[in-house]
Design a protein. Sequence first.
Length: 91
Amino acid sequence: MIRRRVVVSGDVQGVFFRDTCRRTADAHAVAGWVRNLPDGTVEAVFDGEPERVRQLVDWAHQGPRTALVDAVSVREEEPEGLRGFEIRPTP
């Protein structure tokens, strides 16, 4: 199991990024969460098998069709053993 924290910048809020991320994570059996941040970025945490998490990180570089991703930062973290994938509120 691995965990990656991803922050995506660009035109990524108001374009169904979070919902599409949740559906994509569910389809790949990746646990974690996604949320909008006040600065206009989107933050996500992906927990799961290395190949599946890599696929989600790759997806984040494009996002849904309506998004315009400018940059993605990825940080490795210790897995927490999360279950399911949720959309969290903006902090």
